[in-house]
Design a protein around this ligand. Structure first.
Ligand SMILES: [Zn+2]
Length: 469
């Protein structure tokens, strides 16, 4: 493939790739017979993006769900239509975001009238309730089933179709291999220029490894994937596209594990040359994670996910131990107003740091945490440069970074060198051909960092997404 008239590292250049590698970069390259030619029209060519923290199956489940509340669904008529048209995935129809303004309180009878055939579950917008139709109740054997306080029943003891705080219980009763289709996810992420993903789901094991390998082989997931997960994952790289990554440990402040036990688990991973990634959001969780990492002795590549509130002592320890940080700048824009209203003034100055990390020489990557955040990395880059909340507030103005540093957060190997403005540092002859072609020169793109500048995405020398027909 030959990409002509591109801007590479600020200069006009052509780029050729062959067999998945960049083989030539020069001012003017002669096309060869039969070669795919792409005219970049002066657009910047940058390395394909790496979303360093994402949850693919949850994202796919979200894609496979029907929105059942505002803004997509506002009226009873629309609600009835979307339920009638819905197609089951792995035997179930799954709805999300229901709110009473749409069609009042829901129960099995009301839902049967709208969708009598397929098992249907709809989650309330608050996340605390599920509504089921009779087909779902039969599938779960609920009428006969357990008398649990979260399962509402009528006077005769029949399930009403309303479940309260029963997520775990419900999940365990749904088909285990109800694998959502990864194709829409792969395509959507490719449209943002993403060519590599790190899935940070702690429960990933051999089943998921297999599932992702198949999705890649079938072309459903065209990106390279690093798969975090539990200790059962076999170490190593099954292919150039799939790699077993960190042992993921979730810390949850109300129920922290025993410190010695956590230290031992980290040490076991390290003995097998497996790095670890600790989910740490609060002050306490970060201190706890660092205490365990220090006791176990860190391995290069160990990382903290989120590190949302990082006071000075924690920063110093992170720097000293050489721990990487994987942050989510777009939470500033998506949740910033709630942070400003609810995070204590003691924690606010330490919230989602960025410039501080880079200036301290800490290696920082960024991930979208989709579906818990939006999946568009360009929104995260923009938030990293602006620190603006939805309502226009500013959070941590001193933590803003330049557009080049923001882009580097989503590149393969960001470092403090990213501060020097090497937006396309990885585009060199011999490197893998994972590329993102933008529709304008970098000096224009850097002004708005909008995802719709992405014109073409290339992974392993193959086009995986192209804008327009
Ligand atoms: Zn996450």
């Amino acid at each position: 493939m030959l990409i002509r008239n591109a801007e590479i590292l600020g200069r006009p250049a052509d780029l050729r790739c062959r067999a998945g590698r960049i083989t030539e970069i020069a001012p003017a390259i002669q096309a060869e017979p039969g070669e795919t030619e792409i005219d970049a029209r002066g657009g910047a060519l940058v390395p394909g993006l790496h979303d360093h923290h994402v949850h693919l199956l949850a994202l796919a489940a979200g894609f496979a769900s029907i929105p059942c509340g505002p803004p997509e669904v506002e009226s009873h008529a629309t609600f009835a239509r979307v339920l009638a048209d819905a197609r089951p995935v792995s035997g179930w129809i799954r709805g999300t975001g229901y709110f009473e303004s749409v069609a009042g309180p829901l129960d099995r009878k009301g839902l049967d009238a709208l969708q009598p055939r397929h098992p249907l579950r709809i989650q309330h917008r608050s996340g605390s309730m599920w509504f089921l139709n009779s087909a779902a109740i039969r599938r779960l054997d609920l009428d006969a089933g357990p008398r649990l306080p979260g399962i509402e029943r009528d006077r005769r003891g029949r399930a009403t179709g309303r479940l309260f705080r029963m997520d775990d219980w419900l999940r365990k009763r749904l088909p285990i291999h109800a694998t959502p289709d990864l194709r829409p996810v792969g395509r959507r992420l490719a449209s943002f220029g993403v060519t590599r993903l790190t899935d940070a789901t702690p429960s990933n094991g051999a089943t998921e490894l297999d599932l992702f390998r198949r999705a890649q082989a079938e072309g459903a997931l065209p990106q390279r994937l690093r798969l975090m997960g539990d200790l059962s994952l076999p170490i190593g790289a099954p292919s150039a596209f799939l790699e077993v990554a960190e042992y993921k440990i979730l810390l949850d402040e109300p129920s922290l594990p025993d410190l010695e036990e956590l230290t031992r688990r980290i040490a076991v991973a390290h003995e097998h040359e497996r790095t670890v990634a600790l989910h740490a959001v609060t002050r306490t969780e970060i201190h706890f994670a660092l205490a365990a990492l220090e006791a176990a002795g860190p391995l290069p590549g160990d990382r903290l996910e989120h590190a949302s509130v990082a006071p000075i002592e924690a920063r110093n320890t992170i720097q000293r131990l050489g721990i990487r940080i994987v942050t989510q700048p777009h939470f500033i824009s998506e949740r910033g107003d709630a942070y400003l209203a609810s995070v204590s003034s003691r924690d606010l100055p330490h919230l989602y740091l960025l410039r501080s990390w880079l200036e301290a020489g800490v290696r920082v990557h960024a991930g979208t945490d989709a579906p818990f955040g939006g999946a568009d990395p360009w929104l995260a880059m923009r938030a990293a440069t602006k620190r603006r909340t939805r309502s226009g507030g500013i959070l941590g103005i001193g933590e803003r970074v330049e557009a080049e540093a923001a882009l580097a957060l989503f590149s393969e190997a960001p470092s403090s060198a990213a501060m020097e403005g090497t937006a396309a540092g990885a585009l060199r002859v011999g490197r893998i051909a994972d590329l993102c072609l933008l529709d304008a020169p970098w000096k224009d793109v850097r002004e708005d960092l909008a995802g719709d500048h992405v014109a073409l995405t290339v992974c392993d020398g193959e086009i995986i997404w192209r804008r327009g027909p």
